[in-house]
Design a binder for this molecule. Sequence first.
Ligand SMILES: [Fe+2]
Length: 154
Amino acid sequence: MTETRGTQGRESQSRWQGIESEHRALERVVERVEALLGRLAKGRAQPGEEVKAGGLVEELRGRLFEHLEAEETNRILEQAATVAPRFAEWVDRLLGEHDDLRAHTRALVAGTGSGDWTALHARFVEFRRVLRAHERAENEVVQRAYLEDIGGPG
Ligand SMILES: [Fe+2]
């Protein structure tokens, strides 16, 4: 629709800034969890940190679930697909990854009860890789759809 050209992109762009600041807040928790699990895995943790790990991973789970729900509720990724229909499959795939991320995070929370910090740290490093790749892709699809909407190169 020619008359709305540009409008959806600008709206998406400003909503996306909120999502991006959530990505950065999540990343800070991810770094704290990574550091703590790393210390536990190497046997260099302070007394009490084993107990703290459970709470911190649960905090990450809670924040991530809220974040994913916000993205799903404000339909920002679907909007990118509306602006640039050739991204529709990409967006579907990214939204499908949300449930994988939820399952992965739940497994990490469960893992804090096992006491096998080496295994949990390794699983966390893998989770961090998957989460970062997911968020980079979300960022890319939204930014590219925005550029397309304002008439930039598609
Ligand atoms: Fe996200």
